[in-house]
Design a binder for this molecule. Structure first.
Ligand SMILES: CC(=O)N[C@@H]1[C@@H](OP(=O)(O)OP(=O)(O)OC[C@H]2O[C@@H](n3ccc(=O)[nH]c3=O)[C@H](O)[C@@H]2O)O[C@H](CO)[C@@H](O)[C@@H]1O
Length: 335
């Protein structure tokens, strides 16, 4: 999935740690990344290691750099739910990284406050989030090129122009099992009560696929597809009338595109999204998800709003990060 993104943005890695293995445990992944990153740091001797987000890979690389006395920069620093189990293991990963990072690139003011509350020792700067840099560039490329738009649309010819479309993604560990069963029941109820087409790129994680494929196959309105590449997903978000997700990034992308999103989690580290009125926390109870979705799909005002809004960035986060690393004066992001 990552390789498609790297190609789209013409990013050419010099080294691949090549650590992915099927059904690996968090501990085996962490130890393999720690070992591989250590060897690479010894060979490359970088001045700074930049890690993004809250994955186990990011935490292991930050620790490997810390053990070697190499400065760490954390992109998307300061996100917190205050609950180590939600999201699991991301809440711990990002706390660990923020403990060792000398540069703390916080996406928002509230993330900066979290870091100050945790007495993080690093240099804190509010940059906005790089997810908005990528999205702004991609959405613009699609809007500016009918050839690209048509090429992307051609992959989804089953989507009928005169019907509402609901886009679904899900992959959080804390939703495995009962959570995904409830999400599937909600999608069945939405399909029965509306004429909307439901498009669901099913995450590759076997724990997700087992539940989703067994419960949702055979419904004409529910289109289960393979995960799509980034440009295709942006096109689907732009076409959608409503987004249902347990994702973090999508919570930031949807408001920027003016799309309502129901977050199928019990907590979120993105409180700013909730204040936009476009993002609603609905947990993983089937009835609650279905009721919130039907309210959005049947509401008189059009689901999407024309004015994009983004508490998460202005598309210049990467430039602020580069300027900060080069010791330049940086005007912080203000939502
Ligand atoms: C706890 C939490 O919130 N952590 C977040 C989590 O990110 P996430 O929850 O957003 O992860 P996903 O939902 O998997 O990815 C979403 C992205 O994938 C694109 N997409 C999706 C489906 C598809 O079929 N094709 C695609 O291209 C989509 O446009 C979007 O940009 O981890 C990141 C790294 O640590 C963190 O930075 C980030 O805080």
């Amino acid at each position: 999935m990552l390789n498609a993104v790297l190609g789209f943005f013409a990013v050419h890695p010099d080294v691949s740690l090549d650590v992915m293995q099927p059904n690996q445990s968090l501990n085996s992944l962490f130890s393999r990344v720690l070992e591989a990153a250590d060897k690479t740091l010894q060979a490359c001797q970088p001045d700074v290691v930049l890690v993004h987000g809250d994955t186990t890979t990011a935490a292991a690389c930050a620790l490997a750099a810390f053990h070697r006395g190499i400065a760490v920069g954390h992109v998307e620093a300061g996100l917190r739910t205050g609950d180590l189990q939600q999201p699991f293991p991301e809440e711990l990963n990002r706390r660990l990284i923020d403990e060792v990072a000398g540069y703390l690139f916080a996406p928002t003011e509230s993330a900066k406050v979290n870091l100050e509350t945790d007495c993080a020792a690093g240099y804190i700067i509010v940059t906005g989030n790089t997810v908005i840099d990528s999205l702004a560039e991609t959405a613009q490329r699609i809007k500016n090129s009918s050839a690209l738009n048509d090429a992307l649309a051609s992959g989804f010819s089953f989507i009928q122009p005169d019907r509402q479309m609901v886009l679904v993604t899900g992959h959080r560990r804390e939703n495995f099992g009962e959570g995904f069963e409830q999400i599937c029941d909600a999608l069945i109820e939405i399909a029965e009560k509306s004429n909307a087409q439901i498009v669901y790129p099913v995450h590759l994680n076997p724990a997700v696929r087992a539940t989703v494929l067994s419960r949702l196959q055979g419904y004409d309105q529910i289109h289960l597809i393979e995960p799509v590449n980034y440009a295709e997903f942006v096109w689907l978000m732009m076409r959608s009338d409503l987004i249902l997700t347990d994702s973090g990034g999508v919570q930031e992308e949807a408001p920027f595109l003016g799309k309502p999103v129901l977050v199928m989690r019990n907590v979120t580290e993105r409180p700013e999204a909730l204040t936009t009125g476009l993002v609603e926390l609905v947990g993983t109870d089937a009835q609650r998800i279905a009721a919130a979705a039907m309210a959005r799909l049947t509401s008189s005002k059009s689901c999407s709003v024309s004015e994009p809004m983004s508490p998460y960035g202005d598309g210049n986060a990467a430039q602020r990060i580069v300027d900060a690393l080069l010791g330049r004066q940086v005007a912080e992001f203000k939502a």
